[in-house]
Design a protein around this ligand. Structure first.
Ligand SMILES: [Zn+2]
Length: 352
């Protein structure tokens, strides 16, 4: 890919008052020998070549099966897709002759954030509404081997049913058993329902391999809008989920569980959150099922909150996180003036 700076007449006017050289005013071309945005897209969303059309023989289709094979030495302890995306931002910044303002991407300048959620299949919605943000938890398992379109239609039906039954607008969701259908068909349907964020992509080699690491399979933590490989953006943010209690802490009766004890999780989580705070500044998204909290994940769930607060991390719901991101996206840099010594910048946007 390539891009040119500056690219318009107004950009040129912007540079007229600066002290940069004539070469800078004429623009710069940065050429990469590979398609960086497509690489980030495929690492985060998986490959459309791995999508199924009528389910899978050994269980529900899940996003985990879409993950690209990046080899046995994949650096699962670093959010490699996010860092590859950052490379683009740093290349652009390096081409500017003046300091380039960056808006911090997390609330109140926090070093990271824990995005807390819990799927629930049996509890009373009315009770939960008094204490939590609630959203639909579509169950399309009855159609595991049906065509993609049938599974997506059922998901949409349940989203509408949820909204009508409880009078609540659905902002974010996760499917029961993180069941998926095809590639981006579920995302396009979520967009028509007004869903702004989903958490079905579990960063794990869950049911493919047994290794634990927070950024396995997809290498991503930051929320990003879905995108078709042809470049068409979708208005649904993909927020990867990193910790799921039944997978990591489930008792022996849960065949796929990694069986981490509270003591082991305390140590592992300390490393994960230290990396978030000191190196990566990304969200750590969790799914602690309320019914599992009662049965076996209370200590680990409390550890997530306690260790987060110890590191000054906000602990927010998916809906709160989405609301922040929507507000932040309204902010624009309206003008930029560099007098060779000081940079003057105007920003406008919604409050909050
Ligand atoms: Zn469920």
């Amino acid at each position: 890919m390539k891009f040119v700076l500056p690219s318009s007449a107004s950009d040129t006017a912007l540079w007229a008052g600066s002290t940069c050289c004539s070469a800078c005013r004429a623009g710069a071309i940065i050429a990469l020998a590979f398609d960086l945005p497509l690489a980030v897209l495929l690492l985060r969303q998986g490959s459309p070549a791995r999508a199924e059309s009528t389910g899978r023989a050994d269980g529900p289709a899940r996003p985990n099966h879409l993950a690209c094979d990046v080899g046995p030495q994949e650096p699962d302890w670093i959010p490699y897709a996010d860092l590859l995306g950052r490379l683009l931002a740093e290349l652009v910044s390096s081409a500017f002759p003046c300091p380039l303002p960056h808006l911090w991407h997390l609330p109140q300048g926090a070093p990271g954030i824990i995005v807390y959620s819990g799927d629930e299949d049996g509890a009373q919605v009315e009770w939960n509404r008094q204490h939590h943000d609630v959203g639909p938890h579509p169950d399309i398992r009855a159609l595991d081997n049906a065509p993609v379109s049938a599974r997506v239609e059922e998901m949409v039906r349940q989203i509408h049913q949820f909204q009508q039954q409880f009078g609540v607008r659905a902002h974010s969701l996760r499917n029961h058993c993180i069941a998926w259908a095809g590639y981006l068909e579920p995302v396009a349907a979520m967009a028509t329902c007004g869903i702004g964020m989903e958490g079905n992509y579990f960063c794990s080699t869950f049911l493919r391999d047994r290794g634990y690491a927070p950024y396995a399979a997809f290498g991503a933590a930051l929320p990003l809008r879905y995108c078709h490989p042809d470049g068409t953006m979708l208005p649904v943010r993909q927020q990867h989920t990193h910790t799921m209690d039944d997978v990591y802490f489930g008792p022996q009766s849960v065949s796929y569980s990694y069986g981490m004890s509270p003591e082991l999780w305390d140590t592992v989580l300390a490393r994960v959150l230290d990396d978030v705070v000191q190196r990566f500044h990304v969200p750590h998204a969790t799914c602690i099922h309320p019914s599992n909290w009662v049965k076996f994940s209370r200590l680990q769930g409390l550890s997530l909150v306690r260790q987060g607060i110890e590191r000054s991390l906000p602990v927010w719901s998916f809906d709160q996180w989405l609301a922040f991101l929507e507000q932040r996206e309204t902010w624009r840099c309206e003008s930029l003036h560099w007098d060779g010594d000081r940079l003057l910048v105007d920003f406008t946007g919604n409050s909050g």
